[in-house]
Write a protein that binds this ligand. Sequence first.
Ligand code: SIN
Ligand code: FE2
Length: 214
Amino acid sequence: MSDLFSPLPCAERVDLGVGVVLFRKRLQDAAPSLLAALQPLLARAPFRHMTTQRGFALSAAMTNCGVLGWIGDHRGYRYTPHDPQSGYPWPAMPEILRSAAIQAADDAGFADFSPDACLINHYAVGARMGLHQDKDEADFSQPIVSFSFGLPTLFLWGGLARRDKPQKFPLEHGDVLVWGGPARLCFHGVSPIKEGAHPLTGACRLNLTFRRAA
Ligand code: SIN
Ligand code: FE2
């Protein structure tokens, strides 16, 4: 099993700052198995457009797996144990995804990552995500681990203040980005997805972020 996640010869580790590591193409070989593991849970908890407190729909469609799931509605952003759409608990986090996230965190220098939530984002062409901090979690000592699949984006990586000018770097199919420690609360965002088609995902980008929410 661990062969699936051993770095490819073409994989590359890029240290982007203290606490920020990009593993390029790390999941390229594992992607078909990882994406297959998502299929049954997407049937139970389909993608939907959450909203801001003021009722504006987010442009990425979202769902979750894990003990907790991130939601946004008229009451704001938070984690819940149930999918508000079905009333059922969020689907369990598939072990193949969980272990790949833990291994990436460990390789980035964050031992003992124990994610209880995975937010799954679906970006159609044109969808984006504005600069924000991931700050709805109870425990900032644990990192965020992000898997990207399908169409590429230019990721925006800012500083600890919203006004800090973000750097831009591509996130492509199979890339893993880990941020934590002093970088845990850095602002980040996703540039609009450009038109295209990927053999595994079609005309979209998928992103999974693993978090310790509780
Ligand atoms: C997020 O910040 O929740 C998603 C990041 C991404 O799509 O790469
Ligand atoms: Fe985020």
